[in-house]
Design a protein around this ligand. Structure first.
Ligand SMILES: [Zn+2]
Length: 197
């Protein structure tokens, strides 16, 4: 029988290599990793990169959430902190605590944080992760709800029409009249208030 040089087949590249091409791994029966050194290095780089990206995405979610609620100079503070929406102390004090909750709650990069009850703050019981599309849908539903409570008077609708005729943008008019831009759009296209000249 020929003297066999001790070799092992890498589970990734499939190449049979001398044992010196494999790193030590105490958890394995033969004491070596299943991937060769080159494949293992590539695997670790990819894993590290993925983790870094996940953390980066979640960390920016975290920073933005705290900013909206607790930094008065944040551009959206008025809609959050200004309305009493806060981040719970546990999360505010520790990104690790937020990250642990996020990972338990099915966070994957790309998802957005959403408050289940819009009148309550950011805390484990009131938050979940949703896709951007779901978040958008929720916002639209909220806008619709708000709109039913924001009633324009005939005189205001006339004003909207004259502002539109004057070339003001729907967004600016919406801000001035305290209604959603789409409400102004509906007036413009006469989907609503058709009877008002
Ligand atoms: Zn390999």
């Amino acid at each position: 029988m020929a003297t066999a040089i001790a070799t092992k087949r890498c589970t990734v590249c499939g190449v049979t290599r001398p044992l010196t091409d494999f790193s030590n791994h105490r958890g394995r029966r033969d004491g070596l990793t299943s991937r060769c050194r080159a494949c293992n290095a590539a695997h670790c780089r990819a894993w590290y990169h993925r983790k870094q990206q996940e953390t980066a995405g979640l960390y920016s979610t975290y920073v933005a959430m705290k900013g909206r609620c607790h930094v008065p100079s944040h551009e959206h503070f008025a809609l959050y902190g200004g309305r009493g929406i806060t981040v719970c102390a546990e999360w505010r004090d520790s990104f690790d605590s937020f990250r642990e909750w996020a990972n338990r709650s099915g966070y994957v990069p790309g998802l957005q944080i959403d408050r289940i009850d819009n009148s309550k703050g950011y805390c484990p019981e009131n938050c979940r992760f949703v896709t951007a599309a779901q978040n958008c849908q929720n916002k639209r539903a909220r806008t619709r709800t708000i709109r039913t409570y924001t009633k324009l008077e005939t005189a205001q609708v006339r004003e909207v029409r004259s502002l539109l005729a004057g070339g003001l943008s729907q967004r600016v008019i919406a801000q001035r009249m305290k209604v959603s831009p789409s409400a102004i759009g509906s007036i413009k296209t006469r989907r609503t208030w058709r009877d008002v000249a």
